[in-house]
Design a protein around this ligand. Structure first.
Ligand SMILES: [Zn+2]
Length: 153
């Protein structure tokens, strides 16, 4: 436990912002989870793209997500891929988070053992820097059923 971990040459990959996703990544850097919404049909969608997947409209705006949701699906990664980059992280989990705004986002739950993540687990976004990017990862959150309902107006 106290022995220093060996230096590894491999570095973890980071997302490369595109024209369509640049506002999303700028939001993450600012501590805000931003989601694209169509001004024509009002549908919130994800991932970011230059048109609305519901109606094909190109008039999009960005809304600030509450950053809360529940785990929709989870799996545990036990063998590192990407070379050695994730060798020290296994086992880790990969999740689909169902955000309160109605979209799902591929991410990971941090701060708890990978195996303890379950479908339906309430989570909240947490931004974790990696290189030039802040990654939107998630942490388990406590919910007070009455308080949570009151928050949703
Ligand atoms: Zn639309």
């Amino acid at each position: 436990v106290t022995a220093p971990k060996p230096q590894r040459m491999a570095t973890k990959p980071v997302p490369e912002p595109t024209v369509a996703s640049r506002p999303f990544w700028a939001g993450c850097a600012a501590g805000e989870l931003r989601l694209p919404r169509c001004r024509d049909c009002r549908v919130v969608h994800f991932y970011p793209r230059s048109f609305c997947p519901a109606c094909g409209g190109a008039d999009l705006e960005w809304i600030r997500s509450r950053g809360t949701g529940t785990v929709h699906a989870t799996t545990v990664v036990r063998r590192p891929f990407w070379g050695d980059a994730f060798a020290e992280d296994v086992p880790y989990n990969v999740v689909l988070v169902a955000l309160d705004e109605g979209i799902t986002m591929l991410s990971a739950v941090v701060g708890v053992p990978a195996e303890s993540v379950y479908i339906g687990m309430p989570v909240a976004v947490e931004f974790v820097p990696r290189g030039e990017i802040s990654l939107p990862l998630f942490r388990p959150r406590e919910i007070d059923p009455s308080g949570d309902r009151a928050e949703q107006r």
